[in-house]
Write a protein that binds this ligand. Sequence first.
Ligand code: RIB
Ligand code: CA
Length: 319
Amino acid sequence: MALPAMTCKLILDVDTGADDAVAIMLAALHPALDLVACTTVNGNLPVPYCTANTLRVLDHIGRQDIEVYEGASHPFARDDFPVASAVRDSAGKLHGEVLPVTDSKRAKADMDAVDFLIETYRAATDEVTLVAVAPLTNIAHALTRDPGLVKRIPEIVIMGGGHAIGNITPSAEFNIWCDPEAARVVFHAGFEKLTLVPLDATHQAVVSNASCARLEALGTPAGAAASRFIRRCIAFCDQLGTMQPGTAPVHDALCVAFLVEPSIITTTRAHVDVETKGELTIGRTVINCDRRPGLLPDCDVAFGADGDRFLELLLRTFA
Ligand code: RIB
Ligand code: CA
């Protein structure tokens, strides 16, 4: 596929997952994006399920050329964290162990995801953006194993956290909560450019059942699959009563949309850190927007998103 000028190369770190699947299709199909590879990590589901789902989605849209590297099966530092039960009970229900697309015949890549990230950025001659839409375990391992890595990653975009909103606890968002120590390593690493897309933004770009019907009416594999994946998110949100009935955020895909149309989200410079101790607040992103001594702004944090432009981008890309 001939790529237009100013193509953005990216690696997607995923825990596929229904909304991860929409992000993968957007990254793999948009002409201004060049999806180098996907890396998978324990999160919504145990990592082998995430890997199998990622392979399924890529094959479904004819992108068998994009490799999938499997990563961490457990959190960065904890072995006591009840991720397994949380994944099976809540996120597991939302995403289901197998996404509704045909199985893939091909295998994951032999190399481990963390080694792949380290090797790829060591060898990179072009800029490759890292888009992390899952618990940050792989990224934390890579940064720890290769201290020079942070300077080789020109930009990282993270779906995670929440300021006024939590979704796995009143204080925390799932990706950060799932591995708080990993998130703290990432936010303390000193990235040149870190954009955080928290729930405060993703909840402003929800997709409705009516919009899913428009995606389905495209008559394309991506349109049909996106409709199925997002309807699954809507059914889960309707069950919980967390969103306006018949709508759901597509968290991960909004991060990819930001790469194509940066103004689709509105960001504020802020200092971000992660709670790793609090009994009630573990996994909370502590976002400081005021100028407080010792808390200099170090991230661009999205607090707004344009849902209409997001939907139009999905419809255009999946046509
Ligand atoms: O809180 C939303 C995030 O958690 C998304 O990345 C979703 O896929 C789940 O991983
Ligand atoms: Ca995800």
